[in-house]
Write a protein that binds this ligand. Structure first.
Ligand code: ADQ
Length: 491
């Protein structure tokens, strides 16, 4: 089973390495050419399909990017929230030739508020990103989170066959308790969990008054995956210190069971991105985009509008760069896209106001008759459009204050031919990509100097750095990630 969580993603097509050999109305049994047959249920916050005026389609987003290909290739069941009471609890998709089954857990407005906007987004999200000033420690959120996790677990139990060789793959911080609830009923099933955001240092995690209960829920799994070793170590230390569990290497011994914690860094669909980037029309789009901006240099930033992504801090650094380097006035454009995200929450409305304000100030201070230093767009673009921006950029500023991995980094490196990656050292990606120009996102002076370094970097150095970056990103391919995790789960 796979459990899923984030807002947007990217749809995938194309044949995969798995073939369906037998099916039931709600489940497909698959033969993986790898080494074993698998009956898979995915659990995630959101279901991966949505209704449009033209019918149903797969949705777009960070986690969808990673997981949709797995289900399209392997079949199975996807359990996620049902936000619209008019939609069926079960739906085969696509209707005419189903690849997988969508199972919805219908939630009331109150449940959505407590579980998703409350516990997940105002407690677990800021805590895991070390931004404790955004914490809203409301116990009512926890109570609703418990109830909703219990309902997800019940849906999973209904979908898994007694005595079957069932694999359940749960995604992310929305479902910390459901592994424990499933395990109480089904000691025989194989449960994996992938945590897509940072696992914070134990001393930060223990700020949460309910840290022990949540950890115990996670230990219902057989394998818990994180992007990098740093998060694995933090998790092991949390289990050892807060639950008195015995830890041996990366294995936790707890209540007679063994739970492994491992690093499985996520990737992108490298082949798909590469073929899009090499489409001649992308080059044309990229050139048109540069012509519209009309400057010698283009620097880009692409993020969800989230306070963790460091957009405001990056703007302040760009302002400092302009202050210190007047010779670049009129010659460089900073193009920042921010996708609307979690707009119901005050902290997200606030970061929007702050970014609007700083963009206005910089442009008010520095703009000239034919030059706007910061081009800011508050909207979503297609992957094709993003690819053209990546191709057009001389440098990408990817400077989150914290980020589990950050896949925009990988998309940029895959698409660019000679762009420079300026990367926050507080991301999961930074552990894997030493060839990036790494910066502390809180250090505006250092970031301003990094922009200058990037714009003045000799061509040979850019190409040399990119060679290493591209090599790593090819190995992180999303298909390798999914295969690697599932194989490890059955090891
Ligand atoms: P996110 O926090 O959503 O994911 P990220 O990894 O950067 O962050 O993925 C964002 C995705 O959204 C990318 O595929 C990107 O192309 C797309 N996107 C961003 N801005 C867009 C725009 N304006 N228009 C259209 N698409 C846009 C969480 C964790 C990350 C982790 C991923 C995957 O927070 O740390 O890398 O899950 O595990």
């Amino acid at each position: 089973m796979i459990c899923f969580c984030e807002e947007r993603g990217v749809g995938y097509n194309g044949p995969g390495p798995f073939c369906i050999v037998e099916s039931s109305p709600y489940r497909f049994f698959l033969t993986r050419p790898v080494s074993f047959a698998l009956s898979l249920t995915v659990v995630a916050n959101r279901v991966p399909i949505r209704q449009t005026d033209d019918g149903w389609e797969t949705s777009v987003g960070g986690l969808t990017t990673a997981l949709l290909p797995v289900l399209e290739e392997q079949g199975g069941v996807w359990v996620g929230m049902g936000e619209d009471p008019d939609l069926p609890e079960r739906q085969e998709y696509p209707a005419d030739d189903p690849d997988f089954v969508v199972r919805r857990v219908p939630l009331s407005t109150e449940e959505l508020d407590g579980y998703y906007y409350g516990m997940a987004n105002q407690i677990l999200w800021p805590l895991s990103h070390y931004l404790v000033q955004h914490l809203e420690l409301n116990e009512a959120f926890l109570e609703t989170y418990r109830q909703v996790n219990r309902r997800f677990a019940d849906a999973v139990l209904e979908e898994t066959e007694e005595g079957g060789d069932e694999t359940i793959w749960i995604q992310d911080y929305h479902q910390m308790l459901s592994p424990g609830y499933i395990r109480e009923d089904r000691p025989d099933v194989t449960i994996g969990h992938f945590w897509h955001i940072p696992w914070p240092a134990m001393e930060v995690f223990r700020i949460l008054p309910w840290s022990r209960e949540l950890l115990r829920g996670m230990l219902g799994c057989d394998l818990i995956g994180f992007h990098v070793e740093e998060y694995v170590d933090n998790f092991l230390e949390s289990a050892e210190t807060l639950l008195d569990a015995e830890v041996e290497g990366n294995v936790i011994h707890y209540e007679g069971r063994e739970i492994r914690a491992e690093a499985h860094p996520i990737g992108i669909d490298v082949e798909r991105f590469k073929s899009m980037a090499h489409d001649p029309s992308i080059e044309e789009e990229a050139q048109k985009f540069r012509d519209r901006l009309g400057t010698d240099y283009v620097v880009i930033g692409i993020d969800r509008l989230d306070y963790t992504k460091g957009i405001r801090s990056r703007m302040l650094a760009f302002e400092k760069f302009l202050e210190e380097n007047p010779e670049y006035h009129g010659k460089v454009s900073f193009f920042q896209i921010a996708t609307p995200s979690r707009t119901e929450l005050e902290s997200y409305q606030q970061i929007r106001r702050e970014v609007d304000e700083v963009v206005g100030r910089i442009n008010g201070r520095f703009a000239q008759e034919s030059w706007v230093p910061v081009n800011y767009r508050y909207r979503t673009y297609t992957q094709y459009e993003l690819c053209a921006f990546y191709r057009a950029a001389d440098a990408a500023l990817i400077t989150p204050l914290r980020d589990g991995m950050n896949v925009v980094t990988q998309e940029f490196v895959t698409a660019t031919q000679d762009g420079v990656l300026i990367l926050s050292e507080l991301t999961g990606a930074a552990y894997l990509l030493p060839e990036a120009v790494q910066v502390n996102p809180y250090d505006h002076g250092g970031l301003a100097r990094a922009i200058k370094t990037a714009l003045e970097m000799p061509h040979e150095e850019k190409v040399e750095r990119l060679r290493g970056l591209k090599r790593t990103i090819e190995t992180l391919d999303v298909h390798n990630w999914a295969d690697g995790f599932l194989e490890a789960l059955h090891r």
